[in-house]
Write a protein that binds this ligand. Structure first.
Ligand SMILES: *Cc1c(COP(=O)(O)O)cnc(C)c1O
Length: 388
């Protein structure tokens, strides 16, 4: 029998890092000391009080059964209370909060509830690939909104053709932004809300990096802006904030109908987050937040180290105000892929070509700060020695 993959799988974009992976493995086989700045996964450990809470909760028989689909009422209350203290946004934990098995899960599932075949979904380019993949999985049509340096990596909503806006059902935004590290302010969010109201477009804001910020400048929540709750939903994750990428816990908040739609998909495809992990999430959200500040200080130190080294190497990048990524312009004459390959071959440092996040990532590479200080110092030293 011939096993043929479904169209939606066949249509997935080709794996852009295949060539780099091949070269990386060849270098490794030759004994090269490879340092990867390619992945956005915190190297720092989960705070001890969160781990202790998991250990205790894991022993309780009540937690061994199927969890509540929408999340423990106490977890949803903890998320709402965290939003109140962090953003001064009031949420109804019953109607406006849903737990997620990591925010990626919710981001991938939300379009199933709202996007019909042929509907346009506006996706940032460069952007987190899940926005486009989730769209394609339910027959939606991706319209790429370019994020350009001259616009501070915010999409130009006025540049979206009227015919596209008319067919648009949903718009993804992500600030602080992966991969460009840009932040958005109230003014941009207001324009997104106005666009949404004018064209009946749902706004989905991915706020995975809201707590990874520098120089004391705290990013705002989309939901802080007037009118946001009428049009939008915000995705949050404990992964980056509390170094919990492996735990799989996040949540979405905002418009009650959007939360309910996502909840309907989830009740039909999964059975929620292990309750012991939710209890640990409550400990993280409700506990002492100084652990988050310590991480910010570590990343900020690393950011400064990398920015200095890039400057010495003659490479240009905006110093990130948030996220643990640095979005670096490729030197004249190099494409993203060429430059990432050169860096790998000459320094054994893995970096991500900007085109891995969409065609408009051309001309950039992404460096991640989630590597132990000594290794990061070693990596930037090697990059500094590059002859460009
Ligand atoms: C890491 C990341 C997420 C997803 O994190 P989860 O671990 O699934 O909660 C979502 N969006 C962006 C932009 C990310 O970088």
């Amino acid at each position: 029998m011939i096993i043929k993959k479904a169209q939606r799988i066949q249509e997935l974009p080709p794996y852009l890092f295949a060539e780099i992976d091949k070269k990386k493995n060849a270098l490794k086989a030759r004994g090269a000391d490879i340092i990867s700045l390619g992945i956005g996964d915190p190297d720092l450990p989960t705070p001890p009080h969160v781990i202790e809470r998991l250990c205790r909760a894991a022993g309780a028989p009540a937690n061994h059964r199927y969890p509540d689909y929408e999340g423990l009422p106490a977890f949803r209350r903890a998320a709402a209370e965290w939003y109140r203290s962090r953003f001064a946004v009031e949420l109804d934990p019953e109607r406006e909060v849903v737990s997620l098995i990591g925010s990626k899960e919710g981001i991938a599932h939300l379009p199933i509830a709202f996007v019909d075949p042929g509907d346009v979904v506006l996706c940032p380019d460069p952007g987190y690939p899940v926005y486009a993949v989730g769209t394609g999985f339910c027959g939606g049509v991706v319209y790429r909104m370019p994020l350009r340096g001259e616009n501070h990596f915010l999409p130009d909503l006025n540049a979206i053709p009227e015919a596209v806006a008319k067919r648009a059902k949903l718009m993804w935004l992500c600030y602080p932004n992966n991969p460009t590290s840009a932040v958005a302010g109230a003014e941009f969010f207001r324009s997104a809300i106005a666009f949404a109201q004018r064209h009946d477009v749902i706004v989905c804001h991915d706020a995975a990096y809201s707590e990874i910020y520098y120089d004391g400048e705290r990013p705002i929540s989309f939901l802080e802006v007037e009118g946001a709750r009428e049009v939008g939903i915000e995705f949050h994750s404990l992964s980056k904030t509390y170094n919990m990428t492996g735990w799989r816990i996040g949540f979405a908040v905002g418009n009650a109908d959007l939360v309910a739609g996502l909840g309907t998909v989830k009740t039909n495809v999964d059975s929620g987050v292990f309750q012991a992990v939710q209890e640990a999430g409550i400990a993280a959200l409700g506990g002492d937040q100084s652990c988050v500040e310590s991480c910010r200080q570590i990343y900020q130190r690393r950011r400064d180290l990398v920015m200095k080294a890039l400057g010495r190497a003659g490479l240009r990048a905006h110093p990130p105000k948030a996220t643990f990524y640095v979005w670096v312009q490729t030197p004249r004459g190099y494409s993203s892929a060429d430059f990432a390959t050169k860096v790998l071959e000459e320094t054994a440092v893995v970096i991500t070509p900007g085109t891995g996040f969409g065609p408009n990532g051309e001309g950039y590479v992404r460096l991640s700060l989630t590597v132990a200080d000594e290794r990061l110092a070693e990596a930037v030293e090697r990059i500094q020695g590059l002859r460009l």
